[in-house]
Design a binder for this molecule. Structure first.
Ligand code: SF4
Length: 694
C-alpha cells in the first residue's frame, strides 16, 4: 500500500464495475486519488463496497493506457500516433467512402455498457443520424438482451421490478443462474442479512455457490440442475403451483389477461411438465422440485433474483418469461419484497439498453417503425431516420464475413475476447475495411483496428450510469480527461465531419435532450440528481422523484401476460467425444474479460483462469489437482489448470473468462437465444484431458 498523504478534497461518484452501482467518495490530493471511500448516502450501497470498487481503480493511470489517437492503413501495419483532428477526419472519410462503395448499411457501431448514458446516447445518435441506418447494437446483446425481451412481453417494460431495499421484505428468496457473492457483492451482503434474519432460500445452479451454505445461512433447497434445463425446471415449478391449487386466483383475475392465463394453465398442467416427467432432463429430484415450488408459492413474499445463468442460453428469453409467469401466478409482482430482478453484470447495462442501443429501438424501448416516435426524433434531430431495424452484433459479424458489412465503430468493448467463438469473430474483424476502437487499452479487438481513439476512465467522465434497480447515479469527474477530450466530444466530432452537425457543449445538455425524447426519463436532470442523490426511472410528471417498485396496482402493459414456455433442449449435446458440459462465470476480485482488474493489484487474488472439475470426473481422466488440462469443444481447444472441486456436479465443469491467455471463448459456440441472439455461453459440450504442457 502506497501512502499518498492526506486528501484535500473529495468528489462523490459511482463505481464503474458491476450493476449494483455503488456510490463512492473519491478522496483526492490535487488531481491524484488518495483512496475511494464507500459513500454512506449512496442509494444503492448505503456505505458498503467490495474489493473491486474500493481498490481496483488504479487501471485509470496504468502505464499501458493509451493517450494518443492512432491510425494505420491496414491492421497489419504498425500504429502511427496522430492528432485528434487527423484521427477524426480519417474516420469520417473512411466511413463515407465505405458507404459510397458498399451502401448505407455497410457500416455500424456497438455501444458500451461501461460508458455513461450520455456517451451511449451520442453514439447511437451518430449511427442513426450520421450513418443513416439502425446498425447499432450494445454489448448487452451478449448478456441481458433476453431480460429486455422477456420482461417486455410479460410485464410491458424491459427492466427489473424492484429496488434493492425490497429484499429486506422478502420471505423466500429464489436465486437462479447468479452468484451474487462474487458478481454483486454489496447486494449479496444485503440479501444475506435478510437470510440471516429468517428469510428462506432456494438456489438453482449447477454449482454449489457460496450463498448455498455460508455463515449462518443454509439454503432450504439447492437444486443442481444440468446446464440448459432452466425452462424445464421452471415449468415443473409452475406445474406444481397449478396442479396443487397454489395459484393466487384473485391476483391473476384482477391483474392478468385471463385468456393468456387459461392458455398457459392448460399447457403447464400437462403431465409432461411435472417434476417427475422432467427429472431425467433436469437431473433434479422431483421431490426437491415439489418442495421448493411449494415453499415459493406459500412462503409469503417470494422474490426471484437471476443472472446470466438464465439469459445466456438458447432459451434465455423463454426462461425470463417462465420466471415472470411463476411470479404472476403466485401473486409476487407489484409490492415490496417480491418481483423478478435481473442482477445486471456491467455498471450501465440497464442504461445502455435504455438509451436506444438496440437496432430496432429508440430510447425508452420504442420501435423504429413507429411513425409517431420516429417523427418526434426526426423533428428534434432534424434528419430523416430509417424505419427498418438494423443489424445485431452477430448479424454484423456474419455480414462482414459475407462481404457486405465493412465498417464498425466499437465503443469500450473487447468483442474479440468477450464474444463467443473467437475464431468466427476474428474472421469477421479481419474482413473489415475500417474498424474503429474507442477504449482505454490496446485490447484484443484493437489488434484488428485501423483507428484507435483513446477513451476516458470513469474517473474522468461526467454523466450518469443506471444500475440494476433502474437507479440513475451521477458519475462525476475527479480529473480532466487524460487524453484531452471526453468520449462524447470525439463521437460528436466524427458525426459532424460526416455531415451531421452535433454541437453539444456539456453532458448536462445531452441528458436534457434524453429527457425530452424519453418518457421514462422526462423528469431527469443533473440538477435533480445532484439535489436528490439519485432517482429510479420512470421519473416523470407522474413520479417526479422516481419509481422504486414497478407494476404497483397495474402492469406497465396493462394486464400481465402469461406466455407459453415450451422447453426446447439446446442443440449443444454431449456425446462420447464431448461428454461433459462446460459452464462459465466470474470471480469476486476480477471483472469480465479483465481489461481493468488485470491492471490492478486485484490480479494477485486471481492470476489465472482455472477449470473446476468434480473429483469423479477428474479421477476417471487421471487428472490431479493443479494439473494442466486441455479443454476441447467442437469449435476449439484451450489449456488451463484443473482444480478438483466437489461443489461441481458430476458431468459439469466450470471456468472463468478473465484472462486472454486462457481465452475461454475460443471454445464457446455460435448457439444463441432464439429471440435475441444472446450467445449460449453457459452450455458447451467439452472433453477434458491431461495436457502435456507443464
Ligand atoms: Fe462496484 Fe459492484 Fe463492488 Fe459495488 S458491488 S463496489 S458497484 S463492483
Amino acid at each position: 500500500i502506497i501512502d499518498k498523504g492526506q486528501p484535500d478534497h473529495s468528489v462523490v461518484t459511482t463505481c464503474a464495475y458491476c450493476g449494483v452501482g455503488c456510490s463512492f467518495k473519491a478522496e483526492m490530493k490535487g488531481d491524484e486519488v488518495v483512496r475511494m471511500m464507500p459513500y454512506k448516502d449512496g442509494g444503492a450501497n448505503e456505505g458498503h463496497s467490495c474489493v473491486k470498487g474500493r481498490f481496483a481503480w488504479g487501471y485509470a493511470t496504468h502505464q499501458n493506457r493509451m493517450l494518443k489517437p492512432m491510425l494505420r492503413e491496414k491492421f497489419t501495419d504498425p500504429w502511427r500516433e496522430v492528432s485528434w483532428d487527423e484521427a477524426i477526419d480519417f474516420t469520417a472519410k473512411r466511413f463515407l467512402e465505405i458507404q459510397a462503395k458498399h451502401g448505407i448499411g455497410s457500416i455500424g457501431g456497438i455501444t458500451s455498457s461501461r460508458c455513461t448514458n450520455e456517451e451511449v446516447y451520442v453514439v447511437q445518435k451518430m449511427i442513426r443520424a450520421a450513418f443513416h441506418n439502425n446498425n447499432v447494437d450494445t454489448c448487452a446483446r451478449v448478456c441481458h438482451s433476453p431480460t429486455g425481451y422477456g420482461l417486455r412481453q410479460t410485464f410491458g417494460t424491459s427492466a427489473g421490478t424492484q429496488d434493492f431495499k425490497s429484499v429486506d421484505k422478502s420471505d423466500v428468496i429464489l436465486i437462479i443462474g447468479a452468484n451474487p457473492t462474487d458478481a454483486h457483492p454489496v447486494f449479496a451482503s444485503r440479501m444475506k442479512k435478510r437470510l440471516r434474519d429468517g428469510a428462506k432460500l432456494i438456489v438453482i445452479d449447477p454449482r454449489r455457490t457460496d450463498i448455498v451454505r455460508s455463515p449462518h445461512i443454509e439454503a432450504q433447497y439447492h437444486l443442481p440442475l444440468l446446464p440448459g434445463t432452466n425452462v424445464a425446471i421452471f415449468n415443473a415449478f409452475a406445474h406444481v403451483v397449478v396442479t396443487e391449487g397454489l395459484v393466487k386466483r384473485d391476483y391473476v383475475a384482477e391483474r392478468c389477461d385471463l385468456e393468456d392465463f387459461a392458455r398457459w394453465e392448460k399447457f403447464i398442467s400437462d403431465p409432461k411438465n411435472s417434476p417427475e416427467a422432467l427429472e431425467a432432463i433436469t437431473g433434479v429430484l422431483a421431490a426437491d422440485v415439489r418442495g421448493a415450488a411449494r415453499l415459493f408459492a406459500t412462503g409469503g413474499n417470494g422474490a426471484i433474483y437471476y443472472g446470466l445463468g438464465v439469459t445466456e442460453h438458447s432459451q434465455g428469453s423463454t426462461m425470463v418469461m417462465a420466471m415472470a409467469n411463476l411470479a404472476m401466478a403466485t401473486g409476487n409482482i407489484g409490492r415490496d419484497g417480491v418481483g423478478v430482478n435481473p442482477l445486471r453484470g456491467q455498471n450501465n447495462v440497464q442504461g445502455s439498453c435504455d438509451m436506444g442501443s438496440f437496432p430496432h429501438e429508440f430510447t425508452g424501448y420504442r420501435h423504429v417503425a413507429d411513425n409517431t416516435v420516429r417523427d418526434l426524433f426526426e423533428k428534434l434531430w432534424n434528419v430523416e431516420l430509417d424505419a427498418e431495424p438494423g443489424l445485431r452484433i452477430p448479424n454484423m459479424f456474419n455480414a462482414a464475413i459475407e462481404g457486405t458489412f465493412k465498417g464498425l465503430f466499437v465503443q469500450g468493448e473487447d468483442i474479440a475476447q468477450s464474444d463467443p467463438n473467437t475464431k468466427h469473430v476474428n474472421s469477421a474483424l479481419e474482413s473489415l475495411e475500417c474498424l474503429v476502437v474507442q477504449d482505454l487499452f490496446l485490447n484484443e479487438t484493437a489488434a484488428f483496428a485501423h483507428v484507435f481513439l483513446p477513451g476516458t476512465s470513469f474517473l474522468e467522465k461526467d454523466g450518469t450510469f443506471t444500475n440494476a434497480e433502474r437507479r440513475i447515479n451521477r458519475v462525476r469527474p475527479v480529473m480532466a480527461p487524460k487524453q484531452g477530450m471526453q468520449e462524447w466530444e470525439v463521437v460528436a466530432r466524427i458525426a459532424t465531419a460526416m455531415g451531421y452537425p452535433m454541437g453539444y457543449t456539456t453532458e448536462s445538455e445531452i441528458m436534457d435532450e434524453i429527457a425530452r425524447v424519453t418518457p421514462t426519463f422526462a423528469g431527469v436532470s443533473f440538477e435533480k440528481l445532484d439535489r436528490l442523490g439519485s432517482v429510479q426511472w420512470p421519473c416523470n410528471d407522474a413520479a417526479p422523484e422516481g419509481t422504486p417498485i414497478m407494476h404497483i396496482g397495474k402492469f406497465v402493459r396493462g394486464k400481465g401476460r402469461f406466455m407459453v414456455t415450451e422447453f426446447v433442449p439446446t442443440d449443444e449435446r454431449t456425446n462420447r467425444f464431448f461428454p461433459l458440459i462446460l459452464t462459465t462465470g466470474r470471480i469476486l476480485s476480477q471483472y469480465n474479460v479483465g481489461a481493468q482488474t488485470r491492471r490492478t493489484a486485484n490480479v494477485a487474488w486471481h492470476p489465472e483462469d482455472v477449470l473446476e472439475i468434480h473429483p469423479h470426473d477428474a479421477e476417471e481422466r487421471g487428472i490431479k489437482d493443479g494439473a494442466m488440462v486441455s479443454l476441447t469443444s467442437r469449435v476449439g481447444a484451450i489449456t488451463l489448470r484443473a482444480v478438483i472441486a466437489d461443489r461441481m456436479p458430476q458431468g459439469v465443469v466450470y471456468t472463468t473468462f478473465h484472462h486472454p491467455v486462457t481465452g475461454a471463448n475460443v471454445i464457446t459456440t455460435n448457439n444463441s437465444d432464439w429471440a435475441t441472439n444472446c450467445p449460449e455461453y453457459k452450455v458447451t459440450a467439452v472433453q477434458v484431458t491431461v495436457s502435456n504442457r507443464p
